[in-house]
Design a protein around this ligand. Structure first.
Ligand code: PEP
Length: 250
């Protein structure tokens, strides 16, 4: 059975006070309302991780939105997986399309980050996804496969089994346009087949999350797809009620 995961990506939102109140609300609502084996992750801005880490419990874990590919040293402004581990971070988003676009992160660099995150015993939430232009040209399947090949295929079977993948079509992120369940399932099945081409049966155990304008009114049909094992949620994770309703869509 693959793990079911719903991760909230707060991005660069909320004051500390607002973040703490959102995290407490989510933790309490999940404890009261969510049954079953779904895992919930709060990926807060890094400056709030330490404080939010003291509030998470039960099904809810702490996640970071990024980590650098060096263990320590003269890298002003960066945060390493080892540092994140000291404040209780269990999951790390890597390769979000906003990081790739605005900060020039490359597949090769992400491969190094995946290594360090795994070394800390954390779970990488590895993001991939195509632009609208790539989809219209019909090169989206190959493009996303290549993101996996270049950032993940150096891993051993034991290591890849610890990675979670998030398919996030860039044209659906923060736009209100969601991939249809057919479009999402097609890509998720393709990614699983691609993983199987290298890792065989291990591919069946890897959770692949969908991200891109996923909210309470569309989560249920997306999560019902055979190869969709949860979601990476941006906008809808900023309101406890919406986020918990997405979680309850399982
Ligand atoms: C995201 O940024 O990971 C995301 C999925 O955002 P949104 O849900 O707002 O589209």
């Amino acid at each position: 059975m693959r793990a079911k995961i719903v991760a909230g990506n707060w991005k660069m939102n909320k004051t500390l006070e607002e973040g703490l109140s959102l995290a407490s609300e989510v933790v309490n609502m999940v404890a009261d309302e969510v049954s079953g084996d779904v895992k919930v992750v709060l990926c807060t801005p890094s400056i709030y991780l330490h404080a939010v880490g003291k509030l998470v419990s039960g099904k809810v874990s702490l996640g970071a939105q990024n980590a650098y590919e060096k263990e320590s040293g003269a890298y002003t402004g960066e945060v390493s997986p080892a540092m994140l581990a000291t404040v209780g971070v269990k999951y790390v988003i890597l390769g979000h399309s906003e990081r790739r676009e605005y900060f020039g992160e490359t597949n090769a660099q992400l491969a190094e980050r995946v290594n360090l995150v795994l070394k800390q015993g954390q779970t990488p939430l590895f993001c991939c996804g195509e632009t609208l232009q790539q989809r219209e040209k019909g090169i989206h399947l190959d493009f996303v496969k290549q993101q996996l090949t270049e950032s993940l295929f150096h891993l051993s079977a034991e290591q890849i089994a610890k990675v979670v993948i998030a398919y996030e079509p860039i044209w659906a992120i923060g736009t209100g346009v969601t991939a249809s369940k057919e479009q999402a399932q097609e890509m998720h099945a393709l990614l699983r087949a691609h993983l199987a081409s290298k890792y065989g049966q291990v591919a069946e155990s890897i959770s692949i999350l969908y991200g891109g304008s996923c909210k309470p009114d569309n989560a249920q049909e997306l999560f019902a797809c055979k190869d969709i094992d949860g979601g990476l949620i941006g906008g809808a994770s900023l309101k406890a009620r919406d986020f918990v309703d997405v979680i309850k869509s399982f």
